[in-house]
Design a protein around this ligand. Sequence first.
Ligand code: GLA
Length: 388
Amino acid sequence: MRDELIKGYVKAFGAMPDMLYFSPGRVNIIGEHIDYNGGKVLPMGISLGIYGAITWRGDSLCRCVSEGFNHEAIYEFDLKGYSESDDFTKYIKGVLYVLTKYKGAKFDHGFDLYMTSTLPASSGLSSSAALELLISHIVNDEYKLGLSNLDCVLMSQAAEREYAHVNCGIMDQFAIGMSEKDKVILLDCATVDYSYFDFKLDGATLVIINTCKPRNLSESKYNERRAECEAALKVLKAKYGKNTLCEYTMAELDSVKDKLTDNLYRRARHAIREEIRVEEATKAMQEGRLKDLGLLLNGSHKSLKEDYEVTGLHLDTIAEELQKSPIVLGARMTGAGFGGCAIALINSTNKDEINKLMDDTNEIYHEKTGIYYKYYYCESSDKTGKME
Ligand code: GLA
């Protein structure tokens, strides 16, 4: 990838780059749509990611080329003044914007940046967060802002919320900016306490399946779910005073059921039950009880389908068809949903056997949806950083 990256940069800008960076994508094993409800999540950085090659300029221009986004075009803006845009540069501008706002950074010289990616864009593997972290690190190094890895995470999240206008939780940026190879992160989103444990799947394999379905309206639906959770929380809080949905019990939720619409009740039920599943899944993973972990993945998908309503035909077909196979321990959507990706925990390390399963299921998927999915073997990765 290093050679491809350098070649791409040279083709775009006609010179050699000064620095190379990598930022991983992420999968979340379990704990979906609860990072913004004060819940716990179990994500990890993955080997699919965004590669960036950069040279700093003497003037205030920023020139960006993305191999996966209209690669012949140079997207350009000037640090002296830029407006919002609807292409990938919004994530770059967003990071510069929040670093100026919160860290007092003063950017006077720009860059030539070429990026190429193994992370499918808009697929729910957090390509936007990967890009935000990439830029945070690049800029932090050049301008000696002294930001820690966690600062870069928080700034990237602020960029997504304040500049890209997606009211996201902290999971994606955290997973990408803090991941360690061969580790899963247990992150408590209420306190931002975290710990790592081994990503060890004895005899099993984790596969990522990209629905390849364009994600329509996913951002507005995401923001809608957040608002629903806030509305449910308001009712619970008036009675019990606790600050986040995931702190409540089912008994407490049931006691206010008559004050909630059916939708709000089910959104809150998902959050409360998903939090419990994360705790159980953490133990199951640590103790190597992969069968139990698989059942929890299935339970998570069902809840995201029926209570949270963020799955849809494509994700349901993948998860439910795979769940029927005797070698699949569990399968669920991962990330925000509304298209995007699923994961499957498969009780085999035999690639021929797994490929056959994935290809056969792809035919069923094609019959039901008219498109084919793509799948990848999930490998963990280190956090965003300079490439050695
Ligand atoms: C998106 C958001 C995350 C999280 C997930 C759902 O990926 O960016 O903060 O809410 O959806 O778990």
